[in-house]
Ligand binder design. Sequence first.
Ligand SMILES: Cc1cc2nc3c(=O)[nH]c(=O)nc-3n(C[C@H](O)[C@H](O)[C@H](O)COP(=O)(O)OP(=O)(O)OC[C@H]3O[C@@H](n4cnc5c(N)ncnc54)[C@H](O)[C@@H]3O)c2cc1C
Length: 494
Amino acid sequence: MKQMDADIIVVAAGLSGLAAAIAAAEKGASVIAFEKAATTGGAANMGMGPLGVGSRKQREQMVALTPGEAFRKHMFFTHYKVDARLVRDYYFKSGDTIQWLERMGVQFVGVQRAFGAPEATRPYSDGEFTWHVVRPEGGGVPGPRAASAMIKAMTEYALDLGVQFAFETPVKEILMENGEAVGVRAVDKTGEEIECTGGAVIIATGGFGCNPKMIQEETGFEFGKTIFNFAVPGMEGDGLKMAWAVGAGKTPCTMELMYQLPDNMNHFILDGAFRQPCLWVNRMGERFMPEDQIGNTTFTGNAISVQPGKVAYAIFDEALLEHYKKNGPDIISHVHPHDLFDHFDDMWERDLAAGYEPIAQADTLEELAQKAGIDAAGLRRTVEDYNRCCEKGYDEIFEKDRAYLQPIGRGKLYCCRQNVGAYGSLGGILINHRTEVMTKDYQVIPGLYAVGTDACNIFGDSYPFILSGNTMGFCLNSGRIAGENAVDFALVEA
Ligand SMILES: Cc1cc2nc3c(=O)[nH]c(=O)nc-3n(C[C@H](O)[C@H](O)[C@H](O)COP(=O)(O)OP(=O)(O)OC[C@H]3O[C@@H](n4cnc5c(N)ncnc54)[C@H](O)[C@@H]3O)c2cc1C
C-alpha cells in the first residue's frame, strides 16, 4: 500500500472540492485532492454559472440586492426549516467569492434571473439577478457548459498554488482515530491502494444522481420511470456513504427537481420548444397549473411530480407554432438556444421519424389523445373549456396571463410528454455553519468537513429558483468555508 500525506485531504475535485482545495492552499496548507474521474469539475462542467450577492459585477449593473435581503428571501422560501446561520454565512460570502473567481481569471458575461418573461408572470417578478453567467471559452453566446471555463481557471490556479490532484483515484473510506478523521483510503487506476493521512478531510463527491438504487431508497423516484434526471457519471453517493459509515448524521435527501425530456441533451431543441405557456394537461386531460408559470422549472417539476404517473403533456397547434416561429418563444430560457423555433421543423421530423417516444403529432384531439396516452374525453372537455376561456380572454380556472390564451385546434396538433427531471441529488450529510460534519446528536466529528451537494441541506424541499445559480453558489461558498476552517483546525489548532 502506497502512503501519502497532506495537511488537507479533499475527497473529489468537482466544483466544491476545487473551491475547498484552493481556499486551503491559499492559507498555506499542503493539499491533495483525490478525484474519481480523469478530470476536474464534475457536473459543474455542464452548467452556466453560480449565484453571487453583493458582487462588484452586480453593482456595475445596478443590481442593488444585498446579502441580508437574499438571506431573508431564502429563509422565507424555506420556511426557516434549514440552518439559518449556514445560509447567512453563505450569502454574505457569495459576493466576495465572485471577485475571488475573477482574480483567478474567470470572466462573467453578466448577471441574470433564471428566465426571461414578462413581469406579469409571477415567478419571475420575484426572481433576483443573482446568476453570474460565465463567459464561455473563446467568447460567444453562453449556453450549457459555459461554466467549464470557470473550472479550467480554478484548476490552473489550484495547480499554481501547489494543489496535488490524484485522478482516477476514488476514495473508498474515511480513516478515523479516536473519533477524529485522520485520512482516507483510496485506490488508483492500477488498483493500488493508497493510505493518505492528513490534518483534516473534506468530502465533496457531488451526491448520488447516477445511482438509481440510492435515488429510489432516499427519494422514492424511479430512475428512467418516474424521474429522468441528469445522471453525471461518478455521482454514486460515495461521500454520503463514507460519511454515514463514520457516524455522520443523516439529513433528508432530495432531488433538485425540474422537468425535462428523456435524454434531453440529444433532443435539446424540442426540450426548449415545449417549455412554453401553451396548453398543459395531465394524463386525465386536465390542466394542473397556470401555464404562465411553467418557465419556473422547479415549480413545474414539483407540479408534475404530483400528477398521475408523474407526467404531463404540453400541447400546441400549428397556429401557435407559427406564432413562436415568427415572434420567438413566449418564455425565453437562457439555457436553450434563443432561435430554437428556427430549428423546430427539422428536429421534429427527425425525432418523429426515429420514433422518439415522448412526442406525438395528430390531426384531431382524439388521435392525439390515443397516440400520447391521454384520456380522450378529459382532453376534449378541457380543450372546449380552455377555448371558451381564450375567446373570453379570461382563464376562469387558473387566471393564466391572458397574453398566452391561445385556443387549441388550428391545424396540426403537436404534443410532448414532460417528465420529472433533476440536476442531481441534494443533501445527506449533517453539517454546521462551519461545514464541520456532525453526528445525529449534533456533535462535531473533529477533522471531518462536507461541502457542495453532499451537504446541501439548505433548500428545504425545493430549489430556490428566485435566487438562481444557487447550487453552484452553495458549492463554491461551502467549499471555501470548509477549506479555510479545515486549515485552522489542522494547522492552527494542532
Ligand atoms: C446540466 C446541468 C446544468 C447545471 N447548471 C447549473 C448552473 O448554471 N448554476 C448552478 O448553480 N448549478 C447548476 N447545476 C448544478 C451544479 O453543476 C452542481 O450542483 C455542482 O456542480 C455540484 O458540485 P459538487 O462539488 O457538489 O459536485 P460536482 O461538481 O458534480 O463534483 C463531484 C465530483 O466528485 C467526484 N467523485 C465522486 N465520487 C468520488 C470518490 N469516491 N472519490 C473521489 N472523487 C469522487 C466526481 O467524479 C466529481 O468530479 C447544473 C447541473 C447540471 C447537471
